[in-house]
Design a protein around this ligand. Structure first.
Ligand SMILES: Cc1cc2nc3c(=O)[nH]c(=O)nc-3n(C[C@H](O)[C@H](O)[C@H](O)COP(=O)(O)OP(=O)(O)OC[C@H]3O[C@@H](n4cnc5c(N)ncnc54)[C@H](O)[C@@H]3O)c2cc1C
Length: 376
């Protein structure tokens, strides 16, 4: 059996960032990722600047890959009212195709082992993990980080509570050629969903929407749904009409769950969506995945250098720090998602903003964090 100090399950954002952090601190890391890089992913592709100094300190600067600097936010409600605000910290637009690929490249450069395989099971016994893959390989590790995204076969095997519940959301994403302000991220609300639009590194426009099954199921396909429901949001309809699809067809995902999860289960430290997914409406899931990877890596470094003296203490401190960083944000995201599911979102936000114009910046602040400190 092969021995490693840390195994990371899943090489998305949380997985690759934790691997980079740990490798920079001299800890041997193996990442097991089921997909080949590069690969497109359903995501809004807007990242809050709160993670920029930290990413740069890991040796990864998204601006080198022509990520677009984003400073403005607009929201167009389903009754076609547009509201605008400056983003307190701002952010950047970069495709997951480039981001994950370049992070994986960087991780390999500094010695991270990346294995292309699907993890099928994890066992913890006698203070050590055994990770089993689809290709029938077994790996052992002192620490396992679970960073395999929002929903996986592994959640079934690990008997995680949330996996038994079905989720009423699906999402669609594609890249387009067309005109859209470079410095802007926009949300367009429609009945049963909303769509995010922003530019990415190669001047393409990323258009990504999330919708409830209830609103989608009446229509035969994506085109039918877009021409009957999404077209009711006039500014969004104008963008779609004047843009040319770059993908052969849009990507789709289903079963997007915002259910509560635990950051530690079966002694595995969960990061990113595996620990909890914030509603994409908040545009902060990627920053949270990166932030969680930082928290887990810092605790693991302390565990290996003896500052944290036992596994029990490691698990307790990670859970505490994770909850301190994200519980309020996740709660706010969940409340927003309830309004949005009940189709009250537009009415709430339009009325709220007319009466209290500071609500939009407040929501942004409540669902985002502060700048993360760079790696020391
Ligand atoms: C519709 C939508 C729009 C969004 N828009 C935004 C946005 O604009 N801004 C933002 O900040 N966030 C956004 N998010 C959230 C963001 O995409 C996630 O929070 C982020 O990708 C989480 O990163 P992660 O590393 O936890 O998971 P992922 O990036 O999903 O990585 C998980 C990795 O694990 C791998 N994996 C899974 N199972 C296994 C297995 N068994 N074995 C091996 N590997 C495995 C997967 O292939 C994947 O590479 C959006 C989410 C959705 C659904």
């Amino acid at each position: 059996m092969l021995q490693n100090k840390v195994i990371v399950l899943g090489g998305g954002l949380a997985g690759l960032v934790s691997a980079l952090h740990l490798a920079k601190k001299g800890i041997p890391v193996t990442v097991i990722e089921k997909n080949q890089y590069p690969k497109h992913k359903v995501c809004g592709e807007y990242i809050s600047n709160e993670v920029l100094p930290y990413l740069q300190s890991l040796g990864f600067n998204p601006l080198v890959f022509q990520a677009k600097k984003i400073t403005h936010f607009t929201l167009t409600t389903s009754n076609n009212k547009t509201l605008e605000t400056q983003l307190p910290l701002g952010g950047f637009g970069i495709s997951r195709y480039t981001l994950d690929f370049e992070l994986a490249k960087k991780a390999k450069e500094i010695g991270v082992e990346i294995i292309e395989d699907t993890v099928v099971d994890v066992h913890f016994e006698k203070d050590s993990f055994t990770v089993q893959t689809k290709r029938n390989k077994k790996y052992s590790a002192a620490i396992v980080i679970g960073a395999y995204g929002k929903r996986s076969n592994l959640d079934v095997n690990l008997e995680r509570g949330f996996i038994k519940k079905t989720s009423p959301f699906l999402a669609v994403k594609a890249h387009y050629r067309g005109d859209f302000p470079e410095d802007q991220v926009s949300l367009y609300n429609f009945k049963g969903g909303y769509c995010g639009v922003s530019k990415i590194e190669n001047d393409h426009i990323n258009i990504c929407y999330i919708a409830s099954y209830n609103s989608f199921k009446k229509y035969k396909n994506i085109d039918d749904f877009q021409s009957n429901i999404i077209s009711k949001n006039k500014p969004l309809q104008t963008i779609l009409e004047h843009s040319e699809l770059v993908f052969s067809k849009p990507l789709t995902i289903s079963q997007i769950s915002f259910a509560k999860k635990n950051p530690v289960e079966n002694h595995i430290l969960f990061c990113g969506d595996t620990a909890g997914l914030i509603h994409p409406l908040c545009g902060n899931g990627m920053a949270m995945a990166i932030h969680a990877a930082k928290i887990a890596s810092e605790q693991i470094v302390d565990y290996f250098n003896g500052k944290i003296q036992s596994r029990v203490q490691l698990e307790k401190t990670y859970e505490l720090e994770w909850r301190k960083a994200f519980e309020k944000r996740l709660g706010m995201g969940r409340r927003l998602s309830i309004l949005f599911r009940m189709n009250y979102f537009s009415e709430f936000i339009t009325l709220g903003l007319q009466l209290f114009p500071w609500i939009l910046p407040l929501i942004i602040r409540r669902t985002h964090g502060k700048y993360l400190s760079p790696l020391k």
